[in-house]
Structure formats: structure tokens, C-alpha cells
Design a protein around this ligand. Structure first.
Ligand code: FES
Length: 157
């Protein structure tokens, strides 16, 4: 669940990195850790306090897929896209998930319950294809396994 933005806390986070422009990526990671995403409000404040333009901050945010700019869903489903998982059908599994949820990778369902994200190796290659839901990793996930896992997320709301 996303935490409400607080400008004073945002300044504290920025100051933890010495308000140094070269620490922009680390500052952004810290914001994602706290808020789950980088809001437009955050981009404005980060740019001001690091003495950068908003375009500079936007450029870095859009370069890294980890930096989402919309609030994450209550549950995050990550499907491994790295080589071993691809060889075992993670692309088809991804297409199945996109169709089931009616969203694309990096998207969030309309009710805000679930986000779909790619991940590049979960260290579970021997049990490909691998999926991580919230912090839990699952191996050898078939389309019907994934349906069950996604449905279980809905039941745990
Ligand atoms: S390639 Fe998917 S877990 Fe390693």
C-alpha cells in the first residue's frame, strides 16, 4: 500500500545522501523504497533540492524500469524474463498473465490490487519459469499455477 507523500520526510531522505546531484539514483531508490513509486511531486522536490532540472530527474526515472511513476498495486507479480526462464516458457506465461489481468508488463489493474512486473533472474533458474509474488518465489509455474496464485492474491485482500 502506498504511503502518503510528506515533503519534510522527502527532504530528510534527500539529505541522507548529502543532497548531492550525483546521488540521484540512490535518492530515487530510497523514494521507491519508502513510497513504492516516484510521484510528480517527488520529482519536483528532488529536482529542486538536488539543483537539477525536472527533465534531468525524469530522464533518469524513465531510464530505469525499477522506478515506477504510478502507485504500485497491493500485490506485485514479477515474472522472470531472463534466459533460463525464457527457455522454459516465461514469455508465454507473461502473455497469459497479461491477458488474464487485462494489463501489460509494468501495469496495474484498475482496482489497484495487482501490478505486473518483469524481473531478470530470481536465482531460481533450476526451477524455471520462476515467478515472485510480493516477496515469495515460486518455481516451475504453469499458466494454471499462475492463475491460482493470482486468484489467491484476490482472496487475501
Ligand atoms: S533465469 Fe529466471 S530465475 Fe534465473
Amino acid at each position: 500500500m502506498a504511503i502518503k507523500y510528506d515533503a519534510a520526510i522527502a527532504t530528510e531522505i534527500i539529505n541522507q545522501f548529502g543532497a548531492a546531484p550525483e546521488m540521484l539514483v540512490q535518492v530515487l531508490h530510497a523514494f521507491v523504497q519508502r513510497y513504492g513509486y516516484i510521484s510528480e511531486e517527488a520529482i519536483k522536490q528532488i529536482a529542486n533540492e538536488l539543483n537539477l532540472s525536472r527533465a534531468d530527474v525524469h530522464g533518469v526515472v524513465s531510464f530505469y524500469h525499477d522506478f515506477r511513476t504510478t502507485p504500485p498495486g497491493d500485490h506485485i507479480v514479477k515474472i522472470c524474463q531472463a534466459e533460463a526462464c525464457q527457455a522454459m516458457g516465461s514469455r508465454a506465461l507473461t502473455a497469459h498473465a497479461e491477458e488474464k489481468l487485462g494489463i501489460e508488463m509494468h501495469g496495474t489493474t484498475g482496482d489497484g490490487s495487482l501490478s505486473l512486473e518483469p524481473v531478470y533472474c530470481l536465482g531460481n533458474c533450476a526451477c524455471s519459469p520462476a515467478v515472485m509474488i510480493d516477496e515469495k518465489v515460486y518455481g516451475r509455474v504453469s499458466a494454471s499455477d499462475l492463475d491460482g496464485l493470482i486468484d489467491a492474491c484476490g482472496e487475501s485482500q
